[in-house]
Structures are given as C-alpha cells and as structure tokens.
Design a protein around this ligand. Structure first.
Ligand SMILES: [Zn+2]
Ligand SMILES: [Zn+2]
Ligand SMILES: [Zn+2]
Length: 265
C-alpha cells in the first residue's frame, strides 16, 4: 500500500474576534508568547509533491498565506459561511488567474458564498480583479477526491446550524461545533489526529467548551488531539495547565498558529 505523507499546518487557532482582541489589555491579549496570538481559524494541508488544500479562508488569509509561504493552492474546503471562515475569499484571486479555484462546501454554505460574493459571479468590466471560483457541492458522509486526496465531509452541528467537519486520511478538522451526531462519530473512527473546537472553559451556545471537547475526544478516540477556535480567556500555557488537571496523561494540547501535524492517507 502506498502511503503518501502530508502535513496539516494550523494557520489560525483563534475564535471569531482573533486574539489579541481589538482594544483588550488582558493578560492573554498582551502576552509575549507568540502562541497567544491566535488568528482566525484555518488550516492548510500540503502534500510532499506540492499539492496544497486550504481549509477556510478567513479575514487574515493573506497574512497567513504570506507567513506560511503558501505559493500554490489546488482547492479550498469550507466548514461554514460565518465571516471568520470565508471573508478572505477575495484574496484567492492570486491563485485563480489561470484556472478556477474549486471551493468545496455543503449546499447551504455554497449558497451563502454565492450571495456574499455576488460580484464574483456577475459580469463586470475587464481589469476589476476578482477571484475565479468553481463552487463544488459536497454531501456529508460521501467521500470525494479533492486534488488527488481522499476527503470525507462530516456532518457536525454549530448550534442549530449543520456544518462540515473534514476528515483527510488519519486526521480530522472539526471547528465551530457543539454537537457531533453518532453517524459522524462512526465516520471519524480510526483517526490519529483530531483538531477540535474548544472555545473556552465557560459554556457557549454554539461551540464546545473545554470539558465538552474532552468528552468528544474520548468519544472519537484519536491518538492525539488539539483544541482550536480559542478565545482570550486562557493563555496557551494556561490551557496546558488546565489539561494537565482535567486530562492528565492524555495527548491533548491547545493548537497554535504554525503548528504542523503529520497526516497519512
Ligand atoms: Zn468561527
Ligand atoms: Zn483580551
Ligand atoms: Zn461559526
């Protein structure tokens, strides 16, 4: 069996405001630990042969792409249409000069993208730079090949909103989530790496908090897990300490911008 090596890099591990929060002078927002700088949640998957797949294109996509030296993009997977996950879509134009950039998402999300970026899909004068996008619908639970990679879109709930978690090989990326149906847990069986929404310690109506994220990690059973979509309530080291108390001996960590996780198909 041919095992292709890939890697997933966390481009952003922050909640919708990002950390630091504008105007906030709390200990986390003023921290000198670079891991306490959390851009809006996003990730990139790179094959050793150069193929590159982005998950979500948030408002900081341009900065993230520059910082992580993204010079090629083959496809974009979108979890859902909230602003912190799609408002960088215009900056995909640099990657879509020659061919349309395929955007994979569920039907509701694609519809929202079409509305939000209506100028992309309407006739306009020559010279007005805009991205060239090809909207590609995925069905939850049905595996597809994207840029030569087997990808499984998995149904999860973000409050009452059905959205998409993504499984790529032995790794799953599940952000903005407050419920995972049993059928989706079955589809995640056998993963080694899980990146999961864990917004803060206090409860939240549309996101797992730390304890709920731990329950889901237990339920899914990956070898390693990372919290993402994190607020400024806790510093990176503060979450590490919290985990030492609440999940001793488990391979669970807060994600940070720049974290690289090896992925196998
Ligand atoms: Zn979000
Ligand atoms: Zn703060
Ligand atoms: Zn959201």
């Amino acid at each position: 069996m041919l095992i292709l090596q890939m890697e997933l890099e966390i481009l952003g591990s922050g909640t919708s405001h990002g950390v630091p929060v504008i105007g906030c002078d709390c200990a986390v927002c003023t921290s000198r630990d670079p891991r306490d700088n959390r851009m809006r949640a996003s990730a990139v998957i790179r094959h050793t042969d150069g193929r590159t797949i982005l998950i979500d294109a948030g408002p900081e996509f341009r900065i993230q792409a520059l910082r992580s030296h993204i010079s090629r993009l083959d496809a974009v997977l979108i979890t859902h249409s909230h602003a912190d996950h799609i408002h960088g879509i215009d900056d995909l134009r640099i990657f879509s000069h020659k061919t349309d950039m395929p955007i994979y998402a569920d039907a509701v999300c694609l519809n929202d993208i079409h509305d939000r970026f209506s100028y992309v899909f309407s006739e306009s004068q020559e010279g007005g730079g805009k991205p060239h996008l090809k909207l590609c619908e995925v069905i939850h639970g049905q595996a597809i090949q994207i840029a030569g990679t087997d990808v499984l879109p998995v149904l999860v709930f973000h409050g009452g909103l059905p959205i998409t978690g993504w499984r790529i090989g032995d790794t799953a990326y599940i952000t903005d989530c407050s419920e995972i149906p049993d059928a989706s847990v079955s589809q995640l069986r056998g993963i080694k790496n899980l990146i999961i929404d864990a917004i803060r310690e206090r409860p939240h109506s549309t996101h797992f908090n730390f304890s709920q994220a731990l329950e889901q990690i237990e339920r899914i059973g990956p070898e390693r897990a990372w919290f993402t979509h994190i607020t400024h309530d806790f510093s990176h080291t503060g979450i590490q300490e919290w985990l030492q108390i609440h999940a001793p001996g488990k391979k669970i960590e807060p994600a940070w911008d720049g974290l690289i996780i090896p992925v196998h198909e």
